[in-house]
Design a protein around this ligand. Structure first.
Ligand code: 5RP
Length: 249
C-alpha cells in the first residue's frame, strides 16, 4: 500500500505548465477559427500565444480549408515561423489595410486597453495592428488587470543614441511620475529590437492614472520611437481560463 501511495502523484509543476500552454493554444486556435476566412490579409502577432494562431493558420492553409491568404508578420521570429509553415507573406508597403490582426498582450484592462511589448516587438505590432479593420487579442486570464502598468514592465522602444538622455527625459514626465526605468538587458548588453532600437522598461507601483496622456507625453519625446500602450485599438479579446474560453468585446 505504501509503495503505491508514493508512486501515484504526478509532479504539480508539469500539470501547471501543460495547462498554461493548453490555454494559449485554445485562444490562438479560436482566433483563427472565428475570424480568418479565405482571401483575407492577416496580421500575425508575436509571442508564445500568437504562436498558436500562426500554427493554426498554417494548418488551415495546408489542408486547403483556407485559401488566398496573405499575412504580415510583426517580428522576425513570427516571419520565420510563418515561412516554415508556407504562409504567404506581404508587407504594409503593399497591403496597408489588413482585414484582421491577431496578437497576444501582456496586460488587458477593463476597457480592453493593453500593455504590449514585453516580447520586444511592440513597434511592428502597433504599426500592423493599428492598420487592421479588426484587432483580436488572445490571452490567458492571468493577463486581465484592473489597471495598466501593474503586472510588470511597460516597454518603450527608443533610439540607441544617448539612451541615458532619453531615460532621464522619460523620468521627468508628469504623467508617469514615480515610475522607475531600466534599459532592457540581454546578457550584459542592451536588448536590441528587430528595428535596431533599444527597449526602456518602465515599472509602476500604481496603475497608470491617465494612459492616454502618458502615451502622448512619452511619444512626444525626441528619442522615443513608440510606447507599449495600445489604447482604443482592440476589437475583441479571446480569454482562456480554467473555466473555458470566453470572448470580451
Ligand atoms: C510581444 C508582445 C506579446 O504579444 C506579449 O508579450 C504577450 O506575449 P505572450 O503571449 O508570450 O505572453 O507584445 O512584443
Amino acid at each position: 500500500v505504501r509503495r503505491s501511495r508514493v508512486a501515484a502523484p504526478t509532479p504539480p509543476a508539469t500539470i501547471a505548465m501543460a495547462s498554461v500552454e493548453e490555454l494559449k493554444k485554445a485562444t490562438g486556435y479560436k482566433s483563427v477559427d472565428d475570424h480568418v476566412t479565405s482571401g483575407m490579409v492577416v496580421g500575425l502577432g508575436t509571442g508564445s500565444t500568437a504562436y498558436y494562431a500562426v500554427e493554426r493558420l498554417g494548418q488551415k492553409l495546408a489542408s486547403g480549408e483556407l485559401t488566398d491568404i496573405v499575412a504580415i508578420p510583426t517580428s522576425i521570429r513570427t516571419k520565420e515561423q510563418a515561412e516554415s509553415l508556407n504562409i504567404p507573406l506581404v508587407s504594409l508597403d503593399t497591403h496597408p489595410v489588413l482585414d484582421v490582426a491577431i496578437d497576444g498582450a501582456d496586460e488587458v484592462d477593463g476597457d480592453l486597453n493593453l500593455v504590449k511589448g514585453r516580447g520586444g516587438a511592440l513597434l511592428r505590432e502597433k504599426m500592423v495592428e493599428v492598420s487592421a479593420k479588426k484587432f483580436v487579442v488572445i490571452v490567458d486570464d492571468t493577463k486581465l488587470v484592473p489597471g495598466l502598468g501593474i503586472s510588470g514592465a511597460m516597454p518603450v522602444e527608443v533610439t540607441p543614441f544617448c539612451v541615458d538622455f532619453t531615460v532621464a527625459r522619460l523620468l521627468e514626465l508628469g504623467s508617469i511620475a514615480g515610475c522607475t526605468a531600466k534599459v532592457r538587458d540581454d546578457g550584459g548588453k542592451p536588448y536590441v529590437t528587430d528595428n535596431d532600437n533599444y527597449i526602456v522598461d518602465l515599472y509602476f507601483t500604481e496603475p497608470i492614472a491617465d494612459a492616454v496622456k502618458a502615451g502622448e507625453e512619452i511619444n512626444a519625446l525626441v528619442g522615443v520611437v513608440e510606447h507599449g500602450l495600445f489604447l482604443g485599438m482592440t476589437s475583441e479579446v479571446i480569454v482562456a481560463g480554467a473555466d473555458g474560453v470566453k470572448v470580451i468585446k
